[in-house]
Design a protein around this ligand. Structure first.
Ligand SMILES: *[C@@H]1O[C@H](CO)[C@@H](O)[C@H](O)[C@H]1NC(C)=O
Ligand SMILES: *[C@@H]1O[C@H](CO)[C@@H](O)[C@H](O)[C@H]1NC(C)=O
Ligand SMILES: *[C@@H]1O[C@H](CO)[C@@H](O)[C@H](O)[C@H]1NC(C)=O
Ligand SMILES: *[C@@H]1O[C@H](CO)[C@@H](O)[C@H](O)[C@H]1NC(C)=O
Ligand SMILES: *[C@H]1O[C@@H](CO)[C@H](O)[C@@H](O)[C@@H]1NC(C)=O
Length: 574
């Protein structure tokens, strides 16, 4: 089908969905709120991040590409803004930015999922046949794994899904805790022609997190492997595992079953204990079906993270059109459950990110998919502008509550860098200790976003450079401590170290996607990423301002800054 025809199709679907699913929903209004509160003004709804018109969402599920259309499913409560009654909601897109809602694809209807349709993944079987494996909650509240297949493969929208009566295809057997057994990955095929899939679990009676491995010849009958693909003590329950190959050279993504010379593997787990996603780079020993982590990379809570902020239950998929691997993650609210009820919604998905292995081989790099650039509207540019020690400058000329800001800083000298204490191993703790408003030597410098005119409210996105015994250490932080005039909110600061040789170029870049209640930042071209949720009272809409700041002793220079207003895409019928 050609693109124009599809676009027409999609707009028809929008109309249909409007009249079916959301018209009624929009009658549920909350008139009890103070009319002047940002909540009732809808000030926290995001403009270009993925969210449905209302209700609770969490994990992204089964992202895939099929016959010209991108599909995203996600955990959804059709009945309210708190977690519960979970089904697989379903949206489709031509560009991963404009989204059209469909009816839920998988909902509670059979004994094997009557208490919930939890997370899972899609696999494209030979002959271009999508299949979904997901966790169902059975009448005894056991977690079982079910297969769902499209009813009509000629329908590129994949509107209806069948759940065969032979489900569940995987039961929690001996050695498995039936309430700690969930979130099947996309399956991959070994050289023996058999499928493999991972499930997140925790070894009964221990704190050992594990990625349990199952094999199948026909995708229906699954047999547990003797050993997990990988496990690690003291990490607690592993949720939402993700396992995929990455090319050692280049930015191109690989299909999940690819395994050859010049390929490494990534294992990501979501640690229920810390509510954060961690990944490990390593080697997949296909003969033994074991994952061997590299020494540079540790899969406990000290290891690498896609995102050092509010980002969880992420999942990747391979986009065969652009040959890239794309990452989705859930960013939860950090206001209160009462706020969520008043807002009528809770949770967003972060902007889809392309991911690839860094040239240094030690970590992944992430960057917002290029399709996002189509939303850039009015823009302003600054070149060669000094941000003096202990100063801030407003970046005027655009409306910045919904914006994309790219900035590159020159750091003329590192002489004044503060000494690095080697006991500072936790970047989040360090960002709490050395926040944006604690003066430093080289940095803190960066952006103040979602700032009120009087600067009482502001969220800082910044860099701070330290001098360790043999090198410089670069820290990137989000400081949310002054993000809102409301004292009762959770205003956790977040941080990550940035693995760059700052002595060499004496430059560092930041990009922030600002979207009303979310700030999603990419340091050093996507080496370190942080997402925060913030809820200002005054820095909303036209009241949101943008500043460059420097609370270090050393002057820094903006080599180049571009800031764009961001337009609103079609977002699930709104
Ligand atoms: C399957 O989908 C195609 C494309 O949307 C449609 O033309 C056809 O009628 C559908 N078949 C059935 C049995 O629903
Ligand atoms: C099984 O999992 C549940 C839920 O995580 C947990 O409360 C329970 O302690 C686990 N049982 C064992 C034996 O580990
Ligand atoms: C880590 O591995 C690299 C090469 O794979 C090796 O050169 C290095 O010595 C190892 N480091 C440690 C601490 O084991
Ligand atoms: C400045 O940034 C813009 C957008 O990121 C880029 O297109 C341009 O090439 C940059 N200019 C310089 C001088 O680096
Ligand atoms: C998101 O919300 C914050 C604040 O309430 C919690 O501290 C986090 O644990 C929570 N994150 C997830 C993944 O649930």
């Amino acid at each position: 089908m050609e693109l124009s025809k599809l676009t027409k199709c999609l707009s028809m679907v929008i109309l249909v969905c409007f009249s079916f699913s959301f018209m009624e929903a929009s009658h549920v209004v909350y008139h009890t709120q103070l009319t002047s509160s940002p909540l009732s003004k809808g000030a926290y709804r995001t403009g270009y991040h993925f969210q449905p018109p209302m209700n609770w969402i969490n994990d992204p599920n089964g992202p895939m590409y099929y016959k010209g259309i991108y599909h995203l499913f996600y955990q959804y409560n059709p009945e309210g803004a708190q977690w519960g009654n979970i089904v697989w909601a379903h949206s489709i897109s031509l560009d991963l930015i404009n989204w059209v809602p469909l009816q839920p694809a998988i909902y509670r209807s059979k004994p094997f999922d009557i208490n919930g349709c939890w997370s899972g993944s899609a696999t494209i079987l030979p002959g271009n046949k999508p299949a979904i494996l997901y966790t169902g909650i059975d009448p005894d509240n056991r977690q079982v794994q079910n297969l769902a297949i499209p009813k009509n493969l000629s329908d590129p929208f994949l509107r209806e899904w069948l759940k065969p009566d032979y489900n569940p295809v995987i039961n929690p057997g001996p050695g498995i805790n039936a309430t700690a057994f969930r979130d099947p990955t996309t399956a991959w095929m070994g050289s023996d022609g058999h499928w493999r899939v991972l499930l997140g679990s925790r070894k009964p009676g221990t704190l050992r997190g594990e990625a349990v491995l199952y094999r199948s010849r026909d995708f229906v009958k699954w047999v547990k492997a003797k050993h997990p693909l990988h496990s690690l003590r003291d990490t607690g329950m592993w949720e939402c595992p993700d396992f995929f190959p990455v090319a050692v050279n280049g930015m191109k993504g690989l299909d999940t079953s690819e395994n050859r010379e010049g390929v490494k593997h990534v294992l990501k787990v979501s640690l229920d204990l810390t509510r954060s996603d961690h990944y490990t780079i390593g080697t997949y020993d296909a003969g033994k079906d074991r994952f061997v982590a590299e020494n540079s990379s540790d899969d406990d809570s000290t290891g690498l993270r896609y995102d050092y902020g509010n980002f969880y239950a992420s999942k990747t998929f391979f986009d065969p059109v652009e040959r890239r691997r794309i990452l989705w993650g859930w960013s939860n609210e950090s206001d209160t459950p009462q706020d969520d009820t008043a807002k009528g919604w809770s949770g967003i998905q972060t902007i889809p990110r392309s991911i690839w292995l860094d040239v240094n081989g030690r970590q992944l790099v992430q960057w917002p998919i290029k399709e996002l650039d189509a939303l850039r509207g009015k823009g302003i540019h600054l070149y060669n502008t000094v941000v003096k020690s202990r100063s801030h400058d407003e970046i005027k000329g655009i409306s910045s509550a919904q914006a994309d800001v790219e900035i590159s800083f020159d750091v003329p000298s590192l002489e004044k860098a503060e000494p690095f204490d080697p006991t500072w191993t936790d970047p989040q703790v360090l960002c709490g200790l050395k926040g944006a408003y604690v003066n430093g030597g080289v940095g803190p410098f960066g952006l103040l976003v979602l700032a009120s005119a009087d600067m009482e409210e502001k969220t800082a996105v910044f860099i701070r450079i330290f001098k360790a015994s043999n090198k410089h250490v670069v820290l990137m932080c989000h400081d949310s401590s002054k993000s809102s005039a409301r004292p009762e909110l959770w205003k956790q600061s977040f941080g990550g170290f940035v693995d760059v040789d700052v002595e060499k170029g004496k430059k560092i870049s930041l990009r922030s996607l600002i979207d009303n209640s979310v700030v999603e930042s990419f340091g050093a071209g996507g080496k370190t990423c942080i997402t925060s949720r913030v809820y200002p009272v005054n820095a909303i809409g036209a009241g949101a301002h943008l500043f460059a700041f420097n609370n270090g002793e050393q002057d820094v220079r903006i080599e180049n800054l571009t800031a764009w207003e961001m337009k609103k895409p079609l977002m699930n019928g709104l």
